[in-house]
Design a protein around this ligand. Structure first.
Ligand SMILES: *[C@@H]1O[C@H](CO)[C@@H](O)[C@H](O)[C@H]1NC(C)=O
Length: 216
């Protein structure tokens, strides 16, 4: 009887703490500005001495223009908002610019939900629910529209309009992670026959697609 009560209590505690553990840890101080010189590795980055923290640690400018990394192949530019003071706050932000015809290819973030606001242009944006439904939730978004993507679900955006599109996306982790489905299957070292069987196709088709991924 006592053992059963103990197990029940343990289960309740496990359920409660499991809920909290599924997200970035909550900060235990006002801020934990990233210390770029620290060699200490933890779940997040080490904090700078609070006495040395300045307003600039919470600031990032120039987001009125595209910048950061550009993918010519896919037609997008991603400018990650780099604010040292966001460390441990459980969020990250990015400006995305997508050329007409461009895509942010099909991907998911293992550790974050996402909301995206369209600042300019129009995009076809959406996500697919998990197996076995694989249901598509997608819309054509225009300037001023916001769309939410649940954590871990496969999503995409396609600028199938005729003008450049700009979006601002916020993610619910300081390190959302990015899994690009095409790269996982065709840019890594998975054997051709395994990928072919996974996609119910032949190895020749897989080799052709892999060659496209190797071409830059
Ligand atoms: C973009 O694609 C969506 C989904 O197929 C479609 O509803 C929309 O009309 C397309 N927009 C343009 C400008 O072709």
């Amino acid at each position: 009887m006592a053992a059963a009560t103990f197990l029940l209590a343990l289960a309740v505690v496990a359920l409660g703490s499991g809920h909290v553990d599924a997200f970035d840890p909550n900060p235990l101080q006002d801020f934990c500005v990233t210390d770029p010189t620290s060699k200490v590795h933890e779940n997040g980055l080490a904090c700078k001495d609070p006495a040395a923290v300045v307003a600039e640690d919470f600031h990032f400018g120039g987001l009125d223009k595209p910048g950061g990394t550009t993918s010519k192949r896919f037609g997008f530019t991603a400018n990650q908002v780099q604010i040292p003071g966001l460390n441990t706050l459980g969020e990250s932000h990015v400006r995305l610019d997508v050329a007409p015809g461009g895509v942010f290819p099909v991907h998911y973030h293992p550790r974050a939900a996402e909301t995206a606001l369209v600042l300019e242009g129009s995009v076809y944006f959406g996500f697919v629910s998990s197996y076995p439904d694989n249901k598509l939730y997608a819309k054509v978004l225009r300037k001023g529209d916001v769309f939410a993507v649940p954590q871990g679900l496969v999503h995409f955006l396609h600028n199938n309009g005729t003008t450049p599109a700009t979006l601002y996306a916020s993610l619910s982790s300081q390190n959302p992670g990015l899994v690009l489905l095409g790269n996982s299957l065709f840019a890594g070292a998975l054997p051709d026959n395994l990928v072919a069987k996974t996609l119910l196709t032949d190895q020749h088709t897989v080799q052709t697609i892999k060659a496209n991924f190797r071409r830059s």
